[in-house]
Design a protein around this ligand. Structure first.
Ligand code: SF4
Length: 187
């Protein structure tokens, strides 16, 4: 039996950058370096649904966490993750290792360590509506994205634990090296 019985859960855009807000992405399709590593090392890969494209489509603007921090978006995150949650329960109960969830730092939905934040971001995009103040108010803060928070709650509710790690959109190569070290137990 060749199967390694070890699975990682990938935020959607690691395998399909086309789901990202247009203009973002430092690779053409899938994150080749990281995906090649996972395939070569026998990990099963499960692609999570993208919570943003499934609610706002490909023409959405870049958001901050505060805009997604609503009961509606949280409910959407729970709903799309539920089928994955059921698979995780089944795998764990059957002796498989659900090793890690790989998020995207810098995303208001899928950030694990840091996310974009602003109390002012939103509304009309024009100087007369205070666009400059909105841009000035944009910052990065240490927190999880909304989708990651909802996933963490559902895993905890089901008493299932796995590492949460992230590719940093601003520094993908360094973060991928770090993720590989964590997966290999070297960090
Ligand atoms: S970071 Fe999350 S929300 Fe953003 S494109 Fe990737 S999967 Fe979708």
């Amino acid at each position: 039996m060749k199967r390694r019985k070890c699975i990682v859960f990938l935020c959607h855009c690691i395998l399909n950058c086309n789901s990202k807000v247009e203009g973002l992405s430092n690779y053409k399709g899938a994150q080749e370096t990281f995906v090649n590593y996972l395939v070569a090392n026998g990990y099963g890969l499960i692609q999570l649904p993208c919570p943003e494209i499934t609610m706002y489509g490909i023409k959405r603007w870049g958001h901050v966490k505060e805009q997604f921090d609503s009961p509606y978006f949280r409910k959407h995150c729970q709903t799309i993750f539920l089928p994955i949650m059921e698979q995780i329960i089944d795998y764990v109960n059957s002796g498989y290792t659900c090793k890690a969830l790989i998020g995207i730092d810098g995303s208001p939905s899928c950030g694990v360590n840091h996310i974009p934040s602003s109390a002012l971001w939103g509304g009309e995009v024009a100087s007369k509506y205070g666009l400059e103040s909105k841009i000035k108010d944009l910052k990065t803060i240490n927190a999880q994205g909304v989708f990651i928070e909802e996933i963490a709650k559902l895993l905890k509710k089901n008493q299932i634990w796995m590492d949460f790690i992230a590719i940093d959109e601003g520094n993908p190569e360094a973060s991928i090296d770090k993720i590989i070290k964590i997966l290999e137990g070297r960090e």
